[in-house]
Write a protein that binds this ligand. Structure first.
Ligand SMILES: *Cc1c(COP(=O)(O)O)cnc(C)c1O
Length: 413
């Protein structure tokens, strides 16, 4: 690109210069924007949603129960409750555990802010555990340092589609008698030591459109604790004692009454049927994501300024939810923000997963929240960048991303 521009300058002719630059752009730059994520929606998905819309029952009903059941079969979990979002699941969990003023919840600051917001809204205090520099996940050691006699809950995040090291984390939680709930928003199809995430313990999944399967918006609360499941099922719909849908009358059970005040976080059948259809293709999506991620690894391996995440040292099956790289800002001589802006100008979309919670305005300025520093969290928060990754992308698209990255870094001062 640079060579062609300098060649064009020799002509001292604006018209020719313009033409040459135009063709150079056509040659070197993709002319269609590549988003960093896009859901895979088939005609079959659309038809299934259409059928529900025409059926006369569009809110929580048989499709939602079927989705819960199929999800349990897939992940091997004892029970699952379909919700409006993963955030709703986290909210219900905090409520069910009666977490409030005086309580502390351990979570990474490198997470989606919904978790931290909910902890604060419940009147409790988030306590941030630092993460591994290259997997972005908390460890039993980093969590142990944060435990006090006020700690009520630990929320590790399975990051980017890999699994956190659950054995030592569960051991620690059991030893200290603290509840542990996995943020499994990135972990649809992920396995830890041969077992699907969700099979044991309590895990919350998300079906937001960027996740590995989608229901538009949605979440799944999974647990092996039947009492907790029953409580979540009740709390998700006004605290009613029975599920609202009655198969026989095709309507609301008339005898349902409030057992405790609850929320309204139930999934609709419109969303659930999309989830059912998507779940059938989850393994296929994840295989495609894996191919693309490995292709990226190869294409990016020669670029010194780009540091991909590492896979954890223990045995996992990765669902490749995100392809995250870290920009070596010292070597690159530019900020991550400039890097992302330059990529956007080359029609490449990127994302940040995530900006650490404790560096954001509210949490920065709220006294008592930031205890000490989180070196690896902060280091990554300034450098991470998610590259485009979704099943319908091609290897050619990934090549364009690598090419655009090279071009951006070549232009460095
Ligand atoms: C997406 C996400 C959530 C929230 O999921 P929603 O369904 O949007 O509420 C929570 N945690 C992490 C790590 C996420 O990526």
């Amino acid at each position: 690109m640079q060579t062609i521009i300098s060649a064009a300058k020799i002509f001292h002719d604006e018209f020719i210069l313009e033409k040459i630059i135009f063709y150079a752009i056509l040659l070197y730059m993709r002319n269609k924007f590549l988003p960093f994520s896009r859901p895979s929606i088939s005609e079959d998905d659309i038809a299934a949603v259409g059928d529900v819309l025409r059926s006369g029952w569009i809110t929580t009903g048989t499709k939602t129960s079927e989705f819960e059941q199929k999800f349990c079969e897939y992940a091997g979990c004892r029970g699952a409750v379909a919700l409006m979002s993963a955030t709703a699941g986290m909210h219900l969990l905090l409520h069910a555990l009666d977490i409030g003023p005086g309580d502390e919840v351990i979570t990474p600051s490198m997470t989606w802010v919904s978790t931290v917001n909910l902890i604060v809204l419940a009147g409790a205090m988030p306590v941030f555990a630092d993460i591994d520099r290259d997997t972005l996940m908390v460890s039993a050691d980093s969590v142990r340092e944060c435990i006090t006699d006020r700690t009520r809950l630990i929320i590790p995040v399975h990051f980017a589609g890999a699994a956190a090291d659950m054995d030592p984390l569960c051991e620690l939680a059991a030893e200290e008698n603290i509840f542990l709930a996995e943020d499994a928003a990135h972990a649809l199809g992920t396995e830890y030591k041969g077992e699907k995430i969700g099979r044991k313990g309590t895990a919350i999944f998300s079906f937001h459109p960027i996740k590995n399967i989608t229901t538009g918006e949605g979440g799944m609360f999974c647990s092996d604790d039947p009492k907790l499941l029953e409580r979540i099922r009740r709390l998700k719909f006004h605290g009613l004692g029975a599920d609202s849908y009655d198969r026989d009358t095709q309507g609301r059970s008339p005898q349902a009454e409030v057992l405790e005040p609850g929320y309204k976080y139930n999934m609709t059948d419109i969303a659930a049927v999309l989830g059912l259809k998507q779940l059938e293709r989850l393994d296929k999506f994840n295989r495609r994501r894996t191919e693309l991620a490995l292709h990226y690894r190869k294409q990016l391996s020669g670029i010194a300024e780009i540091l991909p995440l590492s896979d954890p040292p223990y045995h996992i099956k990765h669902s490749r939810h995100l392809f995250i790289v870290r920009l070596d800002i010292e070597k690159a001589g530019m900020t991550r923000e400039t890097f992302m802006k330059e990529l956007k100008q080359r029609n490449i979309g990127t994302g940040i997963h995530f900006l650490a919670a404790h560096v954001q305005k509210y949490y920065r300025e709220t006294p008592g929240i930031k205890a000490g520093t989180l070196p690896y969290t902060e280091w990554n928060s300034e450098r991470i960048c998610s590259l485009p990754l979704f099943p319908e992308m091609t290897e050619r698209d990934a090549d364009d991303v690598a090419e655009a990255i090279r071009d951006v870094l070549k232009g460095k001062p």
